[in-house]
Design a protein around this ligand. Sequence first.
Ligand code: DOR
Length: 447
Amino acid sequence: MNILIKNGHIIDPSQGIDRVGDILIEDGKIKEVHIQGKEQRAKPPPTPPSPSRGEGKGEGESLLSESRIIDAFGLIVIPGLIDMHVHLREPGFEYKETIKTGTMAAVKGGFTTVCCMPNTFPVNDNASVTELIIRKAAQEGLCTVFPIGAITKGQKGEELAEIGTMRKEGCIAFSDDGQPVMNSLIMRRALEYSKAFNVPVISHCEDLTLSEGGVMNEGLLSVTLGLSGIPAEAEMIMVYRDISLAELTGGRLHIAHVSTQGSVKLIRDAKKRGINVTAETCPHYFNLTQDAIKDFNTNAKVSPPLRTERDIEAIKEGLRDGTIDIIATDHAPHHKDEKQREFDMAPFGISGLETALSLSLKLVQKGILTINQLIEKMTLNPAKILRIDKGTLKVGSDADIVILDINKEYEVESERFASKGKNTPFEGWVLEGMPILTIYRGRAYER
Ligand code: DOR
């Protein structure tokens, strides 16, 4: 289906575009981009396709059947977002999420590319699981899914997984996320492989000997609540180790879900020294402190845990000065019954795909990032780290586009999530700015 998006404020950091213009989509690709007052191509403005009724309407999808011309006046038009850290739970934990429901949540949240972590059952530690995920995603997925393979067999941290064959099958990165790789020699080898195969190793930084038994941030509050704490050092020690190993090997290190001030400092310093390291944080780490669990709210129980005001400030500064390259969701859906257990027993994780963009826009509203910088951290930067041809509105690329209304206010209601995971600590929050239309390869999904 052909679509013409007219008069939108186009922001595409991959081409340095920040102006009003039109985009013509044909056969799922971006055919033309016409910037007002500055023609990108030596061509006349795109001719609107004749309005006709949409065909092939699928589940979860509302095709713009009445018209194929979208007037985006007053709205922002950006490349489809990339989330390089999600848990789709399939195979094995379909009661928490499936590739279908997870990708429905993705497009609702403005994401058109997601990378799924390997902590499924069986673990994605061999090419047959990778193949299964890719096949399922092609059949049922509503957006592009790139699998992330495990670093070690069964994510047990003992023996390297089949990195080479998984890479060939389509894994885009390697990680034992959910678990750290405690053995430094194995992590060293993984980073050597990352260099050889030219893929990032994504590190879940947690020293298990320090965090063991912990369920929240360690400090006065954990003592007051009588809960076991996880010190910030459990993260920082591993960030330091992995930076050292990246320096030793020249491998490509990406630090997942940065939650502490100390980690931000270590990464900033490593980047200054020219070490091959990139980093991500998630919306909950700059919007919430540990106070969110005061009432034993298990929906705010996450790994690494929510920290302090000081950590939030450091993370914002890290985002602002470029130490933290990207914002990912760490979308970790869990079943209600699991989260309704005692705090100690509930699983770690937050369902993040459907609130991430609005929560991240707070950084723009508070003047910490420009909207350009924010979009860069959710499109261009992950595309660069993953070396994929996504997150751009360049002519000829897939028509993965989001139309964003930065003034639209709404209340977070988890019951309305497309994700099976209703586990959000942002329930009832009134957020400003939301993706109102996501176009994936030319197909439009209305929020
Ligand atoms: O909170 C988390 N949940 N952190 C992780 O690293 C893993 C994730 C999960 O798989 O539930």
